[in-house]
Every structure is written in C-alpha cells, then in structure tokens.
Design a protein around this ligand. Structure first.
Ligand SMILES: Cc1cc2nc3c(=O)[nH]c(=O)nc-3n(C[C@H](O)[C@H](O)[C@H](O)COP(=O)(O)O)c2cc1C
Length: 330
C-alpha cells in the first residue's frame, strides 16, 4: 500500500544535512509511527552524474519517508526524482530554502526563490515522471525581496504545476553575509505571513517551519488552520519531547512511548550495524538527547559521547549509559 505522506505531513521532521541520516530516521520512526521523516538533501547531480545511488539507501521501517533533492535543472531533477521513487521514497521534495554557498554556486536552494518560473519547470518535470507527491520546501523570500509580494507569486507558480504541498520556513534567507547557521536564527520569523498564505491558497497543503520548539506550539499552528508543522532542531536535540507523544497528541492515535523502551528497540539495529562493520557512534550520536531534562541524562550523554567512537564499542555501552536513567513513574 502506498504510504500517505500527506496525512503524515501533519507533523514532519525537517531535512537536516549530516543529521537526518538513515540511523536518525530509524530512531525517529520508533518514537513516532505517524510523523513524516525527511532525508538530508541529496543533490540531483550526485545521483544522476555521480551515480551515488548509495545516498538513497534506507530501511523499510522508515516509511513514510520523503527524499529531499537539491538541483535546478529540470531534466536532471526529473531523473533524480525517478531514481528516488524507484528506491521507494513516498515523496520527493525540492529544496528551495537552503542558503549555503556550495548550494548557491550550484544555483539551487534558496536562490531559487528568485526564479519561480524555473522552480515550476523543475516541479512539473519531476511530477511527470513519478507517481508519488512532489513537494517544495521554501523560505518566505531572500535578500531584498518583499515576502508579501513574492511569496504569493511563488506559491501560485508552484500550484500551477499541480504541486499541492509546500513547507514554508517562515523567515527570509540572506544569500550573502550570513552563514547557513545564522540564516536559521537571525532573519526574523513571520508566522502570520504563512497563515495568510493558507487563507489565500486554501487548496494548498501548507506546513509551517522555523523555531517551533514544542508539540504545544505545533498544536497552536494546526488549530489556527495550517495543515502541517515541520520541526527541525528541536526534534533532533529533544527527540523524545517532540516525537514520543506525537502519535497521540498530533495524530490522535496510539500511546506515548517511553524512550527507555525505544533504546531497547534500537539494540538489535545497533547490533546489526556493528556486525556489518559500522561504528556505534554513527547511531548513538543521534540518541544523545533522548533523555534531555530527565534524571540520568548527563550520565547517558557522557558515557556515549566518551565511549561510542572507540573501537569495539557496542550495545553493552548503551546498556551502561542507560543505567542511571530513572524510569518514568506513573
Ligand atoms: C544541521 C542542519 C542541517 C540542515 N540541512 C537542511 C537541508 O539539507 N535541507 C533543507 O531544506 N533544510 C536544511 N536545514 C534547515 C531545516 O530543515 C529547517 O528548515 C530549519 O532548521 C528551521 O527549522 P527549526 O527551527 O525547526 O530547526 C538544516 C538545518 C540544520 C540545523
């Protein structure tokens, strides 16, 4: 059965380079059965010209999972989208929000906000060759653009291709002078503009992104009428706070998970990874925040940060790290 990525998009974990790799997504999926997970950005040239198909590797357990592509050549993006759909991804997303230099020089990411016609061509070309949803992640504008002016035109162009779902990071990107990290914090957030876009484009499924730090904040946006909320850094750093009760609190199904149980469920996965020549640290680096704010969290972090990269480290180190984490008392 085809996974319903749109339903899952009520709450999604943002694409984050170096963070939302397959191990991270496996963990997040154990925490929430329902939320939509995004890959790190994979560039179309890497897949199509570089043949780097290993970048598409993922586990069946991750669904619903969306592949984020970077690129600006419609033909190449269509080829990459086809590869992604063939690899089993439930959605193909085009990155129009990433401001990093490397990405700008390839003329993709946030710089595409200045060329909505090209974005429309890309999205149309991708949509023609795949059956799964093609979606866009964008900013509200870049540089000197006036978001009130450009964002409606941008969304209108995307919609004209048949694309029905978009995630808006509710701040501008400055293409010169700010680092990618600064571009995630310094340009001010304008949530109201995103809400106005939903009123103006009621037939578009619109998710809001940027600075959302809790499920209760996410609920406020959903209650005000947005279709979805995407959470990045908070989901990564405090995965239990954001994801362990998301099924119950956002999707109205299932029970809240105890992260201690999730750690135990990770052990066979860790075992398998290590027996295939992988390192413990490659998985546990995504697990450090699991007990944030809970007694024993410091011990958990310390044992794993100090020991998991050492040769021979395995599941027993995880058990040792868990020793001081207090069980949740009812
Ligand atoms: C480490 C890191 C890597 C990121 N990589 C990507 C990326 O590959 N593609 C993308 O569209 N956005 C990327 N982003 C931006 C996030 O998807 C998200 O839009 C941003 O962090 C704002 O959401 P937040 O405040 O909930 O974190 C990245 C963010 C971080 C922190």
């Amino acid at each position: 059965m085809k996974n319903n990525a749109q339903k899952a998009a009520r709450l999604s974990v943002a694409p984050m380079m170096d963070w939302t790799d397959r191990h991270c997504r496996y963990l997040h999926r154990l925490l929430s059965n329902q939320a939509l997970l995004y890959t790190e950005m994979v560039t179309a040239p890497a897949l199509v010209r570089g043949g780097a198909l290993h970048l598409l590797a993922h586990s069946d357990a991750e669904h619903p999972v969306a592949l984020q592509l970077g690129g600006s050549d419609p033909v190449e993006l269509a080829q990459a989208a086809r590869l992604g759909a063939e690899a089993g991804y439930d959605e193909i997303n085009l990155n129009c929000g990433c401001p990093s230099d490397r990405v700008q020089s390839g003329a993709f990411g946030a710089v595409l906000m200045t060329n909505p016609g090209l974005v429309a061509q890309c999205v149309a070309a991708m949509g023609e060759v795949v059956d799964v949803d093609v979606t866009v992640k964008c900013r509200i504008g870049v540089d000197e653009q006036d978001p009130e002016q450009v964002l409606p035109g941008f969304l209108d162009q995307i919609r004209s291709t048949g694309c029905r779902r978009v995630t808006i990071h509710a701040r501008k990107a400055w293409l010169q002078g700010l680092s990618p990290k600064e571009n995630r914090d310094i340009p001010p957030l304008d949530y109201d503009l995103v809400h106005r876009m939903k009123a103006e484009f009621p037939d578009l499924h619109i998710s809001i992104n940027g600075g959302i730090a809790s499920l209760s904040e996410a609920r406020l946006h959903l209650d005000r009428g947005l279709d979805g909320v995407m959470i990045g850094r908070a989901a990564y750093h405090q995965p239990s706070d954001i994801l362990a009760s998301a099924d119950r609190d956002i999707f109205g199904t299932g029970e809240a998970q105890d992260p201690i149980d999730i750690v135990r469920q990770m052990l066979p996965y860790i075992d398998r990874h290590i027996s295939q020549g992988g390192r413990l640290h490659e998985i546990t680096r995504h697990m450090l925040g699991l007990f944030a704010g809970r007694p024993g969290a410091r011990h958990w972090r310390r044992v794993l940060s100090e020991g998991a990269h050492k040769t021979g480290a395995g599941p027993e180190l995880v058990e040792q790290a868990l020793m001081r984490v207090a069980p949740i008392t009812a």
